[in-house]
Design a protein around this ligand. Structure first.
Ligand code: SF4
Length: 226
């Protein structure tokens, strides 16, 4: 009987401690979500982004609750994703632009190809034949001239495979908003500076890219220690 009482007493204290910890965690999470939401609202209003690195981590860990709170203020999920991409690009820019071109890789989505593309799939992605039917030919020539590794991506797992194989020190990723955001989150966790360029029009075929923006990112280089 005494043993049972001891066990019940221990369980009682354990559940009390766990309950208290849970409440503290909930309280801290609420404070963090409120702080991030206020910073995001400030960024929306002024275009001036404060504490970008903290915001990136905050959005990554509390994405669901932050989106729920922002929805209450009529800010849709896409706007949060755009801010997240913008923040990561700004935060990574200085580090990215110091990496020599020949240590960088570019990943272009296959949906940018012409519907009459004669390129074939290979283990290294879709091998552009530089036929000139789409903008990829020009981008590939210019990128490879600078020393970039250039890949036309057939599927999402391909990027991880090429990163593991070639260990690029910096990455440019092109894609739709969600692909770019997920890719940047992944690279952020892997500590690889990455810049995302979001398609102007996404979809399965006939997508549109702001090539000027792409070339601007691709040609960015700042001499200094990476
Ligand atoms: S330029 Fe390259 S990717 Fe574009 S259609 Fe021609 S072969 Fe395909």
């Amino acid at each position: 009987m005494a043993v049972l009482e001891n066990v019940l007493s221990a369980l009682y204290w354990l559940s009390t401690i766990l309950g208290a910890l849970l409440l503290i965690l909930l309280f801290l999470s609420t404070i963090i979500v409120i702080a991030i939401t206020v910073l995001l609202a400030y960024s929306f209003k002024t275009g001036n982004i404060l504490f970008p690195n903290h915001l990136i981590l905050g959005i990554m860990f509390f994405e669901g609750p932050i989106k729920a709170v922002m929805r209450f203020f009529h800010v849709d999920d896409t706007a949060i994703d755009r801010i997240s991409v913008d923040l990561q690009n700004r935060a990574m820019w200085a580090t990215f632009s110091k990496v020599p071109f020949e240590q960088r890789a570019i990943f272009i989505p296959q949906c940018l190809r012409s519907v009459e593309c004669p390129a074939r799939l290979s283990p290294e992605g879709i091998k552009c034949k530089e036929c000139g039917r789409c903008g990829i030919a020009n981008a590939k020539k210019a990128a490879e001239k600078l020393g970039y590794m250039f890949f036309v991506v057939p599927g999402s797992s391909f990027i991880i495979r090429m990163v593991r194989k070639y260990h690029p020190k910096a990455i440019i990723g092109v894609g739709c908003l969600i692909e770019v955001k997920d890719g940047l989150d992944l690279m952020h966790k892997s500590k690889i500076p990455a810049i995302g360029v979001v398609l102007e029009r996404s979809g399965c075929v006939n997508t549109i890219l702001d090539w000027d923006r792409f070339f601007e990112v691709m040609e960015a280089y700042e001499d200094g220690d990476a």
